[in-house]
Design a protein around this ligand. Structure first.
Ligand code: ZN
Length: 192
């Protein structure tokens, strides 16, 4: 498992709700936390590790371990209120940062790894992270939500990501779109 970078096609995949949580999926979540910590991120969505599951992991605290680790399965956001702008980055677009305006307060419903539903009324950084990661599950990236000015500021950097990805693909480092779609469909058939 590795974190894929923009414009990998799985980052544009809309994931379907998970219908099954098993030991293999729990292992996968543990591996996602490991990768997230290694990359010093605070959130990581399954699309970012080339998987079609509708789930993401997050940890905003400095501590590692189950007490601080949040897993959101099939998250649904409602009751968006207010508006707030802050700088965001993304492990799939390393070292690119830009201001993003989002609702300041949200309600989220999701399931945890035990299959229990939970609800949270969130604000601050956690509200932002949950919105950023839920966007990933719909194939949306933070660079899609920039103001015109901010989009212009990051255009060169985004172009460079696209050029590097094209080079990697030309060198045989990334499967073609058809192979990626087939693999995602096979996994979905089992879990969604
Ligand atoms: Zn991201």
């Amino acid at each position: 498992m590795e974190i894929v970078q923009y414009p990998h096609p799985t980052l544009r995949h809309t994931s379907k709700p998970l219908r099954r949580v098993d030991a293999a999926l729990r292992d996968m979540v543990a591996e996602m936390f490991r990768l997230m910590y290694q990359a010093q991120g605070v959130g990581l969505a399954a699309n970012q590790v080339d998987l079609p599951y509708r789930l993401f992991v997050a940890n905003l605290g400095g501590e590692r371990g189950p007490d601080e680790e949040l897993v959101f399965i099939n998250p649904v956001i409602s009751h968006r209120r207010g508006s707030d702008e802050a700088e965001e980055g993304c492990l799939s677009l390393p070292e690119l940062y830009a201001p993003v305006r989002r609702p300041a307060t949200i309600t989220v419903n999701a399931y945890n790894l035990d299959g229990r539903e939970f609800q949270g009324e969130l604000d601050g950084l956690l509200a932002r992270v949950v919105q950023h990661e839920t966007d990933h599950l719909d194939g949306v990236l933070f660079i899609d939500r920039l103001s015109e000015t901010a989009a212009m500021d990051v255009r060169d950097a985004v172009d460079q990501f696209e050029a590097r990805f094209a080079d990697r693909r030309a060198a045989g480092g990334v499967p073609d779109d058809g192979q990626i779609a087939l693999r995602l469909a096979q996994i979905e058939a089992e879990y969604c």
